[in-house]
Design a protein around this ligand. Structure first.
Ligand SMILES: [Fe+2]
Length: 475
């Protein structure tokens, strides 16, 4: 079955390397080129949109049903699995045998239900995948229920309510502090409180929640933590309110407003938040943040021009809005003076989907591993870029013509201590052959190319976020 939408248009995000797959596979007799390192033990998991049924109305890349593709490495062997996330909406559509929801480019009024605090849109859990307290959480970019999944079987275990203490939604990129087991998150909505910040404590319950005042509804995507603080964002890209009243989803970027970063003690009250102003921009992803000499340093992939100008069809506008165009960028928030300084880490290269050694979340980290975004109308990741904070050096590896990768988290070698003492793992899809493979790179020198390639039984459509779960974290 070819899965398209009702528009009759050739939507590139439903075709070629993006086209959804229809089979859920488990495979362990996989062809390997090179040798899988025996000290690479754990699971690489990647989430992404994979529409099960032809979409009602027009399809947006963010609309597809979440599907997780995983490769489990154990003592030199590899096993591949892919499964849809069984969200409530997915189960309802599966029972009906067709799409029941329209996507973000249509009026959602007639949809069966939405998330807790937002619009009546389908929570597809298709965006990120985060490991917390022994379980995977799959998340949705407009905030939704974090659906839990078993890291090995990929069985959906249901919507995570944190022992019935979650009262709203969770955004795409909650942050885990591995040292304490805490999970830091926010949610937002079109009505006040526009932003809520919460913490899931070591007991697995939401034990801290504050409502934060913003000038209006916003669309923050990510946040940061340090040893003592959380950093939240109020960026001048938001939903056009007139369009929203008419049931349309339209974004506007108000260049006259600053970007604002809210620094709050991790378990602080709403009145303890301090806002730091900076030049207007949008930010999808934080690389990392830490405290250093009275300042908070925060590295991000910064989008300088989030609302591309120009008209065209609705589909053409969707494609141009979706196109990532970001640069590695550093903020310093001075906790004494309340001032911000900002500068490019790399003003040239369009890189995104950053990864670090997750054990360093909130602490000063040396390396960042970003994907290189190809100059093309749609989002294609043509290589990897390694940034060294200490020396300022940059290393790149390109997959070669027609080959596109996914987010490539750092996978520490067994017993490895350093932030590049291990591997990067990514799916690579070749658009000429309609097939995918897994590439394993030596994180200490990505320029050498893969140390091993595992050929997969089906194509992995290009998608969103990935993570690595070490074998010592597995149940
Ligand atoms: Fe994201």
């Amino acid at each position: 079955m070819k899965v398209l939408d009702e528009s009759g248009e050739d939507n590139p995000y439903l075709l070629g390397v993006y086209a959804p797959v229809q089979e859920e596979i488990t495979a362990d007799q996989l062809k390997v080129v090179g040798e899988i390192p025996k000290d690479l033990n754990g699971v690489y998991l990647r989430n992404g949109p994979n529409a099960r049924f032809p979409m009602r109305g027009r399809y947006h890349w963010f609309d597809g049903d979440g599907m997780v593709h995983a490769i489990h490495f154990e003592n030199g062997t590899a096993r591949y699995r892919n499964r849809w996330v069984r969200t409530r909406a997915f189960e309802a559509e599966s029972a009906a045998g067709r799409s029941l929801w329209t996507g973000v480019m249509e009026n959602p009024k007639a949809n069966p239900f939405g998330n807790v605090r937002g619009l009546n849109l389908k929570d597809s859990a298709n965006t990120d995948i985060v490991f917390h307290q022994g379980r995977l959480l799959t998340t949705w970019y407009l905030c939704g229920s974090p659906y839990t999944m078993d890291p090995l079987s990929l069985e959906t275990l249901g919507a995570q309510t944190f022992l019935d203490t979650l009262t709203g939604d969770v955004m795409a990129h909650p942050k885990v502090d591995e040292r304490t087991g805490e999970l830091f998150w926010f949610d937002y909505g079109p009505k006040p409180p526009f932003l809520r910040y919460g913490v899931v404590g070591p007991q697995g319950t939401v034990d801290h929640l504050v409502e934060l005042d913003l000038p209006g509804a916003r669309l923050p995507h990510d946040m940061a933590i340090t040893d003592n603080y959380a950093v939240l964002m109020d960026l001048p890209l938001f939903q056009d309110l007139d369009a929203a009243r008419q049931g349309r989803y339209k974004l506007t970027f108000d260049r006259s407003l600053p970007s604002r970063f809210g620094v709050i003690p991790k378990r602080g009250r709403a009145d303890q938040i301090r806002w730091f102003e900076a030049k207007p921009c949008y930010i999808y992803h934080v690389v990392n943040a830490w405290e250093e000499g009275g300042e908070i340093v925060m590295d991000v992939c910064r989008v300088g021009r989030p609302a591309p100008s120009g008209g065209g069809s609705v589909l053409a506008r969707m494609i141009s809005y979706l196109k990532l165009d970001a640069r590695m960028y550093r903020y310093r928030f001075d906790l004494t003076t309340g001032t911000t300084s900002e500068e490019y880490v790399d003003g040239d290269h369009n890189t995104e989907f950053p990864s670090i050694d997750l054990r360093m979340t909130g602490r000063k980290s040396r390396y960042a591993y970003n994907v290189s975004v190809k100059q093309a109308p749609t989002n294609l990741f043509d290589g990897l870029v390694k940034y060294d904070n200490l020396t300022g050096a940059k290393e790149t590896y390109y997959y070669g013509e027609h080959r596109y990768g996914s987010e490539a988290p750092f996978a520490p070698r067994d017993g490895g201590a350093g932030e590049d003492d291990g591997y990067l793992v990514t799916f690579v899809t070749d658009d000429r052959e309609d097939r995918s493979e897994v590439q394993i790179l030596d994180a200490a020198d990505i320029t050498k190319g893969p140390v091993a390639r595992v050929l997969l039984p089906q194509r992995v459509p290009l998608g969103f976020h990935a993570t690595w779960v070490r074998s010592d974290q597995l149940p």
